[in-house]
Design a binder for this molecule. Structure first.
Ligand code: FEO
Length: 170
């Protein structure tokens, strides 16, 4: 049985992951509007990953006999200055998500909820990857100032991404 405090935290994280999906989908729409269809595609896959994260927590709450309570997903921003500012915000957002996950781990430890702590370790590892991928993307874009031939080549490369559900470690 899931304790109420943990249940509340996990429900908040379901919302945060769904918001991440919405935020990234909004970035995808913006990127499409500036004709970066490869990058837009990459962000769309990223949004699918975020939905996967939300559902992984959703299933865990159920499995532990908790109650899922869905709440409003806040409106994401819809415009950016340029492609570099999109990449900067992805990287910043992933660092925020890492902090959210770490905070729930802290609560799980305080509450001596070993099962939740164990479950969340998958997310701890996933966030290392998420931060690293978004930082790499930002650094690559900065190399050519988010412009010209470099951008054209990167956009082409990003169009090849396919959605592969992240390994569950189970
Ligand atoms: Fe669900 Fe990108 O962290």
């Amino acid at each position: 049985m899931l304790n109420k405090k943990i249940e509340t935290e996990l429900n908040k994280q379901v919302n945060a992951e769904l918001y991440s999906a919405y935020f990234y989908l909004s970035m995808s729409a913006y990127l499409e509007s500036i004709n970066l269809s490869g990058f837009a595609h990459w962000m769309r896959i990223q949004a699918e990953e975020e939905q996967f994260h939300a559902m992984k927590i959703f299933d865990f709450i159920n499995e532990r006999g908790g109650r899922i309570t869905l709440t409003e997903i806040r409106k994401p921003k819809t415009e950016w200055e340029n492609v570099i500012s999109v990449a900067e915000e992805i990287y910043e957002h992933e660092q925020i998500v890492t902090n959210l996950i770490n905070n729930i781990v802290d609560v799980a430890i305080e509450e001596k909820d070993h099962a939740t702590n164990n479950f969340l370790q998958w997310f701890v590892a996933e966030q290392v990857e998420e931060e690293s991928n978004s930082e790499n993307l930002l650094n690559q874009l900065k190399m050519f100032d988010g412009k010209g031939h470099g951008l054209f080549m990167l956009d082409k490369e990003l169009s090849n991404r396919t959605f592969v559900p992240p390994t569950t470690g189970e």
